[in-house]
Design a protein around this ligand. Sequence first.
Ligand SMILES: NC(=O)c1ccc[n+]([C@@H]2O[C@H](COP(=O)([O-])OP(=O)(O)OC[C@H]3O[C@@H](n4cnc5c(N)ncnc54)[C@H](OP(=O)(O)O)[C@@H]3O)[C@@H](O)[C@H]2O)c1
Length: 335
Amino acid sequence: MRTAILGASGLVGRKMLSLLEDCPWLKGDPELLTSPRSAGQEIEFQGRKLTCRAVSAEDFSSLDLALFSAGGDASRTWAPVAKDAGCVVVDNSSAWRMDPQVPLVVPEINGTKLAAKPGVIANPNCSTIQIVMAVAPLDSAVGVKECHVTTLQAVSGAGQKAVQELLDQTGDYPIIKTGASAYPRPMAYNALPAIGAKTENGGFEEETKVLHEMRRIMDRGLDLHISCTATRVPVLTGHSAAIRVVCDVPTTPAEAVKILQNTPGVQVVADPHDYHTAREIAGLNDVFVGRVRQDPGCDRSLLMWVVADNLLKGAAWNAVQIATQIAEQNAVDNQ
Ligand SMILES: NC(=O)c1ccc[n+]([C@@H]2O[C@H](COP(=O)([O-])OP(=O)(O)OC[C@H]3O[C@@H](n4cnc5c(N)ncnc54)[C@H](OP(=O)(O)O)[C@@H]3O)[C@@H](O)[C@H]2O)c1
């Protein structure tokens, strides 16, 4: 497929580009689209330099697929243009995630939604993806009534300016800016329980995304009780999540481990004292589950620790998996 990345100069866009290096379905070099700010910037692809250029409406008519990772405003502007030009969009922003016409897809969980050949597909929020990868298989196997989560999210989840700001705050001569910041309070050596804008009932946007998106991907309604506290921590890459699930029936940790061992894209350790950390799994595509144990006093309730690379399974890898499934469907249709 002739492919473009919108937001190619960003953290996620660069990961998408490196994943495309190994995609057999890629036709020609990918187009690197950005705002005028990054036009002319060169990025390496398969040992050569490709040049970014400012996106324009004409770009999409010569493309089969566009991976969008340029924020909600750019997605709202360019997704309808691309779709009208016959270019399928996989969008990484939050712009279309709750649109009933746009499927919200984690391929291992609800990849069947792609069979309808949608023109725009939404990639879920980074925390949602890793939580749903661990919880949806339990829901399918034994039923899940409740899911309570605290996330510990890396700064790269907020883009390259946020990464630079943490590096500035922790350098030899720490800089604490007093003006506009990627964070509501200093990030260095801290934990901030506030990601995104304020919402009703004392929440923040990131928490609301997890609630709504999980129910959508798992095809569940308000009967699935979810709560989330989203925190930002001074980790560069890799989100962690402490999760408590209440199942419909008594479920042992050993049963949960077995279910997750049989889930593609999940790696689980059976020892309840064992776990993965963000630093160890950064750069890997899978979702990693550890500390699986019974919630003391409740034989239906399990606790676990779930870690994934927010830039890969939380963003670029999930998008490339979607694109690969589309390419495979097209190949079958053209046989
Ligand atoms: N980081 C994560 O872990 C993560 C996970 C899931 C989803 N996402 C979502 O992915 C998107 C990108 O995130 P990121 O972390 O890669 O951000 P980033 O590092 O700040 O990069 C943003 C990219 O978008 C481009 N861009 C911004 N405004 C644009 C416009 N109006 N037209 C065209 N290009 C524009 C930028 O190009 P210029 O350099 O030209 O400005 C840059 O290439 C966001 O929607 C984010 O919410 C991120």
